[in-house]
Design a protein around this ligand. Sequence first.
Ligand code: FPP
Length: 246
Amino acid sequence: MSYKEQIDLQRLPAHIAIIMDGNGRWAKKQGKNRIFGHHKGVETVRKITDAGAQLGVKYLTLYAFSTENWGRPSFEVNALMELLVHTIRKETKQLNKNNICLKAIGNLEMLPPKCLRELKDAMELTKNNNRMTLTLALSYSARWEITEAVKQICQKVSSGQLNIAEVNEQLVAQNLSTAYMPDPELLIRTSGEQRISNYLLWQIAYSELFFTEKFWPEFDEEEFYKAICIFQQRERRFGKLNTTEQ
Ligand code: FPP
């Protein structure tokens, strides 16, 4: 039986987060430059977005550019930004057709103005779509996000809008850029690396982790379905005992 057939659609993870890794190494293996790998990576983004929406996943969050990625050679950073602008422009129609809402998290003000404009336009044009929300983490790092949340909360406390006694986990979560969605139940990382790399640190507290050896450009629907099947085979206890142990 294929992995897709094994998926229990009643127990789908509502939110899947992905660290798309290995574009550069994949390209090198083909004797091509890193940019070629990023272009191939966009094809995988398209495939996995469609597969997620078709299954009924409600939220898909992709790590497209980390705060640390600004430190790459400017040639690569520029190519990635160009690719982003181009892809967003090209795919907006398709997102609408598939009823997918595009959102972005991260320090978006750091993006080149053209890129930010394109992104904002696409988000505006897709904002009423409700089949799935595709969130791109761009110029994102979880520590930056948490620091921003702390600043917002402090501001409210210092202006007297909020009492320190009212600060709890729920309030912190409400001040994160992901406040509009549930925490991811499943986090996937490609390319054999087993790290979190400053991604959604608060939100993945109880996420199941799936690491695959496949590089992002070779990650496909079948591997995506496999990750969901493995997720469904695991027992999620949230720190409690399972029912037979009680
Ligand atoms: C990781 O591969 C990938 C990235 C840093 C960028 C991901 C970007 C895309 C897939 C294309 C743009 C995305 C969208 C949503 C339009 P790597 O470069 O770190 O590979 P390496 O670890 O082998 O060097």
